[in-house]
Write a protein of this length. Structure first.
Length: 254
C-alpha cells in the first residue's frame, strides 16, 4: 500500500520534472565525454607513437654500447688468458676490466692533448706579409726623378756608387738627396717637367723665413749640371763640395 501511494504521488504533475531532467543530464554527460575522446584520441596516439619510437632508439643505443663494451672486455680477457701461465694461480679476469678502462682513458687523454697542441700551434702561427721589394732607380736614365727614393736612400746609393768609382752616378744621387730633403721640408714639389732652375725659384719663394738656402742649393745646381751635362772634369773635390752644401742646407732647417 505504501509503495503504491509513493508511486502515485511521484506521478503527479508537480513531481514530473525530476526524472526526465536527470536522464537528460546523464545523456549529455555521456555525449560530452564521447566527443572529447573522439577529438583527442588521434593526438594521444601520435604522442604515444613518438614516445615508443624514442624509447626504442634509446634502448637500441644502450644495448649496442653494452654489447660492444662487453665484446671488448671479453676479447681482452681471452687475449690475456691465452698468454697466462697455466701454472700460475693469478686470474687476469680480476683486473681485465679496470685495464680496459685505463686503456680507454689513456687514449682519450692522448687525443685531447693532440687537439690542444694543434689549436695552440695554429694560434702561434704568425702570418708574414711579404714586403714589396723596392727596385733601385737607374741613375743613368734621364726619366729618373728625385721622388723615387727617400733622402737617406739616395745617400746610401751615392756611397755605393763611390765604392764602385762611379763618380757621375754618385754625384747625381747626392743631388737627388738634396731635392728629396727640400721636398720633405715642403719647400719644393718634385715633378718630372720642372727644371733645376724651377726648383731654385720655388725655393726662393718658400724659404724666406728659414735662412739662406738659396746659395748652397744654387751652387749644387751649377756643379751638378757642369759635370752631368757638360764636359767639366769631375773629381772627388766636386763631390765633397756638393755634400758640404747639402749638409749646410740641412743645418739651416734645423
Amino acid at each position: 500500500m505504501l509503495d503504491q501511494a509513493i508511486s502515485e504521488v511521484l506521478q503527479q504533475p508537480e513531481f514530473a520534472w525530476r526524472l526526465p531532467r536527470e536522464k537528460v543530464t546523464k545523456d549529455n554527460k555521456g555525449n560530452s565525454s564521447g566527443l572529447l575522446a573522439r577529438l583527442f584520441s588521434p593526438l594521444a596516439g601520435f604522442f604515444s607513437g613518438i614516445g615508443t619510437w624514442l624509447g626504442d632508439i634509446v634502448k637500441a643505443t644502450i644495448d649496442s654500447l653494452s654489447k660492444n663494451l662487453g665484446s671488448l672486455f671479453d676479447w681482452l680477457e681471452l687475449l690475456f688468458d691465452r698468454e697466462k701461465d697455466e701454472s700460475s694461480e693469478f686470474d687476469f679476469k680480476d683486473i681485465s676490466r679496470p685495464m680496459a678502462y685505463v686503456l680507454i682513458g689513456g687514449i682519450s687523454v692522448l687525443l685531447l692533448v693532440l687537439l690542444v697542441k694543434s689549436l695552440l700551434r695554429r694560434r702561434n702561427v704568425v702570418e708574414v706579409t711579404p714586403e714589396p721589394v723596392q727596385t733601385v732607380p737607374d741613375l743613368s736614365a734621364e726619366e729618373t726623378t728625385a721622388d723615387q727614393l727617400a733622402e737617406d736612400q739616395w745617400l746610401a746609393l751615392a756611397s755605393e756608387m763611390l765604392e764602385k768609382n762611379e763618380l757621375r752616378l754618385a754625384l747625381r744621387a747626392l743631388f737627388f738627396s738634396s731635392l728629396a730633403f727640400l721636398e720633405r721640408q715642403r719647400l719644393i714639389v718634385i715633378t718630372p717637367f720642372k727644371t733645376n732652375r724651377d726648383y731654385l725659384r720655388e725655393l726662393s719663394r718658400n724659404s724666406h723665413a728659414i735662412g739662406d738656402l738659396r746659395k748652397p742649393f744654387s751652387e749644387n745646381i751649377t756643379l751638378f749640371e757642369k759635370s752631368w751635362y757638360g764636359n767639366h772634369h769631375l773629381s772627388n773635390d766636386t763631390l765633397t763640395r756638393v755634400d758640404e752644401n747639402s749638409k749646410l742646407m740641412r743645418s739651416c732647417c734645423g
